[in-house]
Write a protein that binds this ligand. Structure first.
Ligand SMILES: Cc1cc2nc3c(=O)[nH]c(=O)nc-3n(C[C@H](O)[C@H](O)[C@H](O)COP(=O)(O)O)c2cc1C
Length: 410
């Protein structure tokens, strides 16, 4: 089964008998790694208590559109923005009708209108209700609007009838939810990502490092995995857990990172260098802890290898993407790096204090290549990573096609 690690899911529960299964579904989604916020309709609370849903989701349940307390924390708009996907299970005939017509008379229906995230419905209703032309028309309309529909299944129903309209089982809905994030844009491709800072030892206990948290690189690795690639992540020291499904290689220094990258570099299609590699390292590493003898201490630094340029110089080189963390003249410095290192795409991010960037869960990026600049406005790093991977996949495929046709004409 796929993973939902790092995904923010709103689980909407509407008024149907199958609502008793929503508690199990919340658990299944969390088992796959998702963070859940539950929103229930008034009718849903007649079938299962908010307390149960709060306990299984590990978060307060939202019930009302007008909730002063919630507005000061996570308003309905923030919730709509927070979500990577909204899964409504069970979705009543009434809720599907409201979605079909864009009604927004409670929190869940308003949220579904307000979100940019994918919305998926798991219908559950009596088979006559399901087969009613009004329901079928409403379904066709919501599908046309991009809403995903999971199921329903056939079989015995709570009302004693048999036919279509049973909600899919929670395990099946959870699996379908994980599939929502699998774009297939990099199916069968091999992607190598570097992440985090490097650590250049001065002595056995001290070293030179930087403020990179690794979050952006780990998000890029996860997004590449979602896109169907097999992914190797070479990571400097971070506090992050290894992403599930990604082969993670841990290194400390720039030299170790270089070696780990080149151990893979001949077998990859795409290289994305997100790591903040130290430009310099101490010329010598003291074998014992340096003592505080004098008032000043001079440390001579020597240049580290340029990992990004070394991969871009391979023949054949993978599609190569670099990151440029800058504190001034972002576009200018990034464009220079693009040209100097002869890479395919450079991703510039502003890491001035107070900006998104290092340490933050948010970032904003400029994608620069020979064709121009694309701005990805401030968003969660995983969202930016997905948008980046979509662009990288498009550019990678375009370049491969262009190369194939050049060879064909020789
Ligand atoms: C016992 C009982 C079971 C119901 N089961 C369903 C159901 O499975 N599916 C459905 O669409 N409606 C069902 N309904 C009707 C909905 O609860 C009703 O249409 C309600 O307005 C839905 O509100 P909501 O869409 O805001 O949650 C049931 C009603 C009752 C009293």
């Amino acid at each position: 089964m796929g993973s939902l690690s790092n995904k923010h899911l709103v689980l909407g529960v509407t008024g149907g008998i199958a609502a008793y299964k929503s508690a199990d579904l919340a658990r299944r989604l969390r088992e796959l790694g998702a963070e859940i916020r539950v929103v229930m309709t008034r009718a849903a609370t007649e079938f299962i208590t908010p307390l149960t849903m709060q306990a299984v989701s590990a978060n307060p349940v939202r019930l009302h559109m007008l909730d002063a307390e919630a507005e000061s924390g996570m308003s309905h708009i923030e919730l709509a923005r927070w979500a990577d996907a909204v899964i409504v299970a069970p979705a009543s005939a009434n809720f599907i009708a409201k979605m079909a017509h864009g009604r927004a008379d409670d929190l869940l229906s308003t949220l579904c209108l307000a979100t940019e995230a994918v919305v998926a419905l798991a219908p559950a209703m009596n088979q006559q209700m399901w087969e009613n032309p009004a329901t079928q028309d409403n379904l066709a309309r919501v599908k046309q609007n991009g809403v995903r529909v999971f199921g329903p299944a056939q079989g015995a129903q709570a009302c004693g009838e048999t036919g279509p309209g049973r909600m899919l089982e929670p395990t099946e809905i959870a699996a379908r939810a994980a599939e929502l994030f699998s774009t297939g844009a990099l199916d069968g491709r091999h992607v190598l990502v570097t992440a985090g800072p490097t650590w250049e030892a001065l002595d056995p206990v001290r070293g030179i490092t930087n403020r990179s948290s690794g979050k952006m690189g780990y998000a890029v690795a996860e997004a590449a995995l979602e896109a169907g690639a097999s992914v190797v992540l070479v990571s400097g020291p971070t506090a992050l857990a290894d992403p599930e499904g990604v082969t993670t290689v841990h290194v400390r220094s720039a030299q170790e990172m270089l070696e780990a990258v080149h151990a893979q570099a001949n077998n990859i299609d795409i290289f994305i260098a997100v790591a903040a590699v130290g430009d310099y390292r101490p010329e010598t590493v003291a074998p014992q802890k340096i003592k505080k003898h004098s008032d000043t201490l001079t440390i001579k630094l020597v240049k580290n290898p340029d990992i990004l340029a070394s991969v871009a110089a391979l023949s054949p080189a993978p599609f190569t993407v670099g990151f440029a963390a800058e504190t001034e003249n972002l576009e200018h410095h990034a464009r220079k790096k693009l040209l100097d290192k002869r890479i395919d795409l450079i991703v510039a991010n502003d890491v001035r204090v107070g900006s998104a960037g290092f340490d933050s869960d948010y970032n904003q990026l400029l994608l620069i290549d020979k064709n121009g600049v694309i701005e990805l406005p401030r968003a969660r790093k995983i969202r930016l990573a997905r948008a980046l991977i979509q662009r990288v996949a498009g550019k990678y495929h375009a370049k491969s096609t262009a190369q194939d046709s050049r060879y064909a004409h020789r």
